[in-house]
Design a protein around this ligand. Sequence first.
Ligand SMILES: [Zn+2]
Length: 129
Amino acid sequence: MDNNNTPHGVREKFIEVANRKKILAHRCAKCGHTMLETVMFCEKCSASKFEDVELEGAGTVVTYTIQAVAPAGFEDAGSYAWVVFKINNANIRASGFLPGIKEPKDLPVGAKVKVAGFDQHHGLLLEKA
Ligand SMILES: [Zn+2]
């Protein structure tokens, strides 16, 4: 664990945390505001010092887009949705990939989703909770 301060290290850690079905986020060391780990400067006070926090890998669907054609590596998944969800117990939105969604009735807004893992090419992999 000697490279956690490099951008590569952050990504590796995000993946490691996602594979434990949680979401890595940043908490501002100055004001305590919690943000996605991709944010470089605090949204509230512009400070750039953060500590890592692990958020619950579950949330509520805010919006999503159904994709009829699966991207490379997901040909076997059929249609899927890119989902934006609000993380439980945090005022943060994250996005991920949810296979097997063909039409809006398959995924009502407000549905519960959880992190199932991480795909190297496509990011967070979700499943219905
Ligand atoms: Zn701050």
